[in-house]
Every structure is written in C-alpha cells, then in structure tokens.
Design a protein around this ligand. Structure first.
Ligand code: GRF
Length: 203
C-alpha cells in the first residue's frame, strides 16, 4: 500500500514507520510526507530517506476546508491508499475524514479513551493514574475517537517528569505504530511486538 505520513514536528514516529517499511515483507511503502509546517525536523528525516515531501502551510489558506482540499489534491496526485497521522497538529474537516474513512490512522499518547485531545501527557501528569501508554486508532470526525487498532502500556512513576514519561511513551510508540499499521493493512490479528522494552505491554 502507498502510505502518506502527515506531520507537524520532529517526526520520530515517521522515522519508525520508514524503518519498518524497509523490511521486504512490510505491507506499506512510505511514499509521501506532508507537513503543515515548514522547516520541521521530520522533513529532514524524509529527505534523508529519499522520500518526497510537500509542505502545505495551513496559514496560507483561508479556512480548514481550503487547507484540507489542498492536502486532498496532493494525496490524490500521489495515488495514496492510506494516511498515517504522526504528530499532525491540525483538526481535519468532516469531509476529509469521511473521504479517508477506514484508510487513516492516528497515534495518540494515552490509553484511549482516556485523556483525549490536546496535551495528553500533561493531562496524565495532572492525574493520579499509574499506568498510561499510547494508542493507534482509526480517524473519524470526532477527535481521538475511532476504533482502536493497537495499544501499548507504559508505567507512570510517582517521580516522573514530563521528559521521563514522554521518553518512555515515545519508545513504546515507535514499536507500536509500525506494528499497528501492519496489522491494520493485513486486516488480521498479528502477534504483538516482542517485549523489547521492559515493562511495556502491547495488545
Ligand atoms: C507523539 O507522541 C504522538 O503520539 C502525538 O504526537 C507525538 C509526535 O511525535 N500525536 P513525533 O513527531 O512522531 O516525534
């Protein structure tokens, strides 16, 4: 499948998907990276992997609908089958989510349906939960809803800082997203990743 990854920042999850897709039996090829922000590090990752990228600065468009239409046209030109949102910080219009229904995934740094929305890690730190994690889910018009494709759990320590917890969540995300995309595209339950991280649980 021809996959486009949509980013707004560092792109560490993009990197994990690029690396997974290099394996010959991986069912996805990352053929396009699309960013709504110029100059972000994820674009350098795409260049280093020789993957074409397009920047569509959202501020150049008068409305969300016009911005989404610009993205749609680039995605259509590139014959994209499936979209992975990876740190993409724009809310999509219902007509865009409808057009990609069943063909668009997102990764969110919490165990959904807990801690939806902006700054999930901050929400976790402000709560008393002792377990959190990351979720890959299909994208619908409702933010951070949709069906859960896969989740990875991460312990939350009492003395966690934002940096320490973010680091552990990222490490789980980088295993989880490639695994979730693979099982999603194969339409089958595949074995979860080997327990490469101590304390991480996938389901
Ligand atoms: C990840 O934590 C993801 O869950 C959230 O945004 C972050 C993106 O990080 N949606 P990166 O750009 O992939 O490094």
């Amino acid at each position: 499948k021809r996959v486009a990854v949509l980013i707004s920042g560092s792109g560490s999850n993009l990197q994990a998907l690029i690396e997974a897709s290099r394996s010959p039996d991986y069912p996805a090829e990352i053929v396009l990276v699309l960013s709504n922000r110029p100059g972000v590090f994820g674009l350098e990752r795409a260049a280093a992997a020789e993957i074409p990228s397009v920047v569509i600065p959202h501020g150049d468009y008068p409305s969300r609908a016009a911005f989404d239409a610009a993205m749609q046209s680039v995605l259509t030109q590139n014959d994209i089958d499936c979209i992975c949102l990876a740190g993409f910080m724009r809310i999509l219009t219902p007509s865009f989510t409808k057009a990609w229904e069943g063909r668009m995934l997102n990764i969110h740094p919490s165990l959904l349906p807990a801690f939806k929305g902006y700054d999930a890690i901050g929400q976790v730190l402000a709560s008393s939960v002792s377990v959190t994690g990351a979720s890959v889910h299909t994208v619908t018009s409702e933010v951070d809803a949709g069906d859960i494709v896969a989740q990875g759990a991460v312990r939350r320590d009492p003395d966690d800082t934002r940096e320490s917890l973010t680091g552990r969540i990222h490490a789980v995300e980088h295993l989880l997203y490639p695994y979730a995309l693979r099982s999603f595209l194969r339409g089958e339950a595949s074995p979860p990743p080997a327990p490469a991280l101590s304390g991480a649980v996938f389901s």
